[in-house]
Design a protein around this ligand. Sequence first.
Ligand code: ACM
Ligand code: ZN
Length: 543
Amino acid sequence: MNTAAIAKVISGTAIVCALMCSCMKGSGLPGIVPLPGSVVAEKGEFVLLGESDIYIASDAEGMEYAADELKTVLSGICGVAVLESDDPGASVVLGLSDELGESSYLLDISPDRIKITGGDPAGVFYAVQTLKQLVPAQAYNGKAGRVSIPAVVINDSPKMMYRGVMLDAARHFFTKDEVKKFLDIMALHKMNVFHWHLTDDQGWRIEIDSYPELVGTGSVRKRTIVGKDPGGEYDETTVYDETPHSGYYTKDDIREIVEYARRRFITVIPEVEFPGHAVAALASYPWLGCTGEQYEVRQTWDIDDRVFCIGKESTFRFFEDVLAEVTDLFPSEYIHIGGDECPSKMWEKCPHCNRRMEQEHLDSYRQLQAYGTFRLEKFLESRGRRIIGWDEILEAGISPSAVVMSWRGTEGGIKAAKSGNYVVMSPTGYSYFDYYQTRNTENEPLAWGGYLPLEKVYSFDPYEGLDADDKKFVLGVQANLWTEYIPDFRQAEYMLLPRLAAMSEVAWSSASGNYPDFRARLADFLELYRSFGYTFSETALRE
Ligand code: ACM
Ligand code: ZN
């Protein structure tokens, strides 16, 4: 089938909105975030008229998702009715070129037409994200009459291929629609990996058919600590809200979200924690723990001693069953197996764990953890997957194919990269978006603690401490949104934005921006947040 035969033209009618281009400044172009590789302003402007039409000059898999995104942008402006036709002379043309790299694009806007060329459909999709920012923000809230887009040629490609954001849905549950909104926000920032933290001490959020109590029992927390825990769990001064918190994703929910992400060129990496952060699972199936005691789903935060027993074979049967269902749901190359913050207190007293150590000639409890991790890795390998884990997995050695997510600083990532393992840099000091965005915390929503202002995120150099040979092992960077103190989605957006804009530039932009230049461009981007109804932190901007 030739391209002309499969080409579709989408005719827009009635794209007539009034508009004063107040966002234009200097070069006449709105600021774009993340900063593109090159932006050359041209003369004139493209005016969206009723007869605008779109020609899709490729039937490559995924092109329709990029085209859908463009249709959504146009209909978001003025409710454009979309028709299909096959006119290559259309005023908006989407195509591919072998001369452009992965996820790269050329966006060429002249007074006559908009031409988008991608190295692949993802590149076309990212061009549409950039185009969104060239359309004056007022056009999205219907307060415009004549919509014009400045003539410009933009050549752009990503610096890093892993541009991640983690959402902790275990400490607080977010609905399917909220997760979709999270993905929309990611897409706008050209982020492409959604790390979904689905299990923890305080909640198990993924339906597993072979173990129904994981959500039956494990997704319900009787109550939640209010404020900070003054003296640790069971301290009599601890105050709880006494309201149960619950929620989980059905398999259909997950399939829908994975597909929603795929259409936005976002890979979903699920995280199932092993061997720590296990209390919700142990509350569901007490035999998963060392003592077999019945626990409650945890109601306070921080690290818990109650972890999976690595001595009993039944723990591995459980994980193989769970991971079989997880890999059926998630097509990602990587599966995150957690690995962080796992105390050995229960293992030390456990006859099963001690027997395992003797039989396997393991000298330390970290080696016991590594033994368990290795077994999960082997199982996942048999299903064609690789593991990714928090940097604790490094402590007793990892296999060459394991990916390290460096969170306790970048040291773990540097060590892993130097030994030839791929890494994702996600250090607390630059990537923990549960930290406060300001030092003036009195009027801020309660947060975990810490201080991570916008400028610090922007200053993140994920390659620091690595020489040229090692840099290639850095897959990318990730922002983490832990939700102990984020009870609702509005607050999640508040903690995420605008810091995600800074992280997107760390992840995407090879061209050197500087912070004042970023802030000037961000001012325009914030107009888009306002138009799309996204909550963001104003205090972050005053730091
Ligand atoms: C972590 O923050 N415990 C990975
Ligand atoms: Zn044990």
